[in-house]
Design a protein around this ligand. Structure first.
Ligand code: PLP
Length: 413
């Protein structure tokens, strides 16, 4: 058997033995091609599509304004939060679904600064998703007490914490390399100094066990449309550790976060618990989609999802490296040190990604030179990982990406 046949054979065997294999049928996926961009936009389940239709016809069109109570729309941000709490290892009252990841990051970072006014240093991950750092730059400009942002590589954050540090803001899984940050080390470093931890779970929620409560993470935010499959622009979530909830108050004092929204009092009084972070009227169509999407994850053991995720990324790396040595693996080589994505560096990464897309294999490009592939264990197969890896190697080796039609840039990469 050739190496390629061997890789494919092993992948088929793994698919046959995969305890999660049956879940794929619950997703609506294109009939052709291999989708490896679930880390950017997850796929819908059939039930999600039906749920949104039901919400439109049987709830909105039927109940109109009575729907807020008849269908408990008003409680949806907290209800979906409870569901999500189980997936990220938080207590049911520690998670709220609302707004976007970046807005929630700003909100919680602001709240954390209020609790640590006497300190000015905020350690941030230098290579974090830029939006996170933009938000913190905005915070440093607008917060009424001086804030000094200290950008550091992720692995240097823990050792840089000291008594001057107000908080540390970092991603659990790097959006570029996929490297997993050691959260235990971070909490251990932060705790003795009273430094608050704020973690972005955009690339870990739903695919890497997070264990927020057990780890003692103070604050977290995350994204609803990546591995959680909530749909384009799905509402995001925020987490506040229970012991801190009465002291954590963001800058956006919305009416639905008021202790009694329908008392229409002239002055703001924060609701107790997680609901105080609610700002305006929740987007019920999008929340319904996310609510339904989380059903699948709610049924499976996240450790199983993780085991399959590691097998998928391993299979992909092996397939790529069986065919080319012209790509630099940017993700950690050991599966347990990376999330559910694999990034390769190549000066022609953009046309390479486009050439693969033309073959029906969807990954994405991250400037300036990374080709990134995400693996969604709920619907991707091991055989897909191997086929995609072989195709990537072939595109690189044959320079199929040289075609000028693969060079033009698009607005969204
Ligand atoms: C995807 C992602 C976001 C997205 O934020 P939005 O507000 O939903 O646009 C934020 N942070 C990180 C680390 C991400 O990967």
């Amino acid at each position: 058997m050739s190496e390629v046949e061997h890789l494919l054979e092993r992948a088929r065997q793994r698919d046959a033995e995969d305890p999660l294999a049956g879940l794929r049928a619950r997703f609506e996926l294109p009939a052709q091609g291999i989708y490896l961009d679930g880390n950017s936009l997850g796929a819908p389940t059939l039930a999600t599509i039906e749920r949104v239709e039901r919400t439109l016809h049987d709830e909105w069109a039927t109940s109109l304004v009575a729907g807020w109570t008849a269908h408990d729309w008003i409680g949806l941000p907290e209800r979906v939060g409870r569901k999500l709490a189980g997936i990220v290892g938080a207590e049911p009252t520690e998670v709220l679904v609302t707004d976007t990841t970046t807005i929630n990051l700003f909100r919680l970072a602001w709240a954390a600064r209020r609790l640590t006014e006497d300190r000015r240093r905020v350690l941030i991950e230098r290579d974090n998703f830029p939006a996170d750092n933009y938000m913190l730059q905005g915070l440093a400009e607008s917060f009424p007490f001086p804030t000094e942002l200290v950008p550091l590589p992720a692995h240097e954050l823990a050792s840089a914490v000291d008594h001057r540090t107000a908080m540390v803001v970092a991603s659990h899984v790097s959006y570029r390399s996929g490297a997993i940050l050691d959260l235990d080390e971070l909490v251990e470093a932060a705790r003795p100094h009273g430094t608050l931890t704020l973690v972005d779970l955009a690339h870990s929620a739903g695919v890497v066990p997070v264990e927020l409560s057990a780890r003692g993470i103070d604050l977290a935010v995350g994204c609803g449309y990546k591995y959680l499959n909530g749909g384009p622009g799905a509402p995001a979530f925020l987490y506040v550790r229970k012991a801190l909830q009465d002291r954590v108050l963001g800058p956006l004092w919305g009416w639905l976060g008021h202790a009694e929204p329908f008392a229409f009092e002239p002055d703001y009084r924060p609701a107790s618990g997680i609901r105080r972070h609610l700002c305006g009227t929740p987007p019920i169509l999008s929340l319904s989609a996310l609510d339904e999407a989380l059903e699948v994850l709610g049924e499976v053991d996240i450790e199983r999802v993780r085991a399959k995720s590691m097998a998928l990324t391993d299979a992909f790396v092996a397939a790529v490296e069986s065919g080319t040595d012209r790509l630099e693996l940017v993700s950690p080589r050991e599966a347990d040190a990376r999330g559910s994505q694999v990034a390769w560096r190549h000066p022609e990464a953009w046309p390479i990604v486009r050439a693969l897309q033309a073959r029906g294999i969807v990954g994405d490009f991250r400037a300036p030179d990374l080709a990134r592939f995400g693996f969604a264990p709920l619907y991707n197969r091991h055989e897909e990982a191997v086929r995609a890896g072989l195709a990537l190697a072939e595109v690189v080796e044959t320079r199929a990406y040289d075609d000028p039609r693969f060079r033009e840039r698009r607005a969204v990469t």
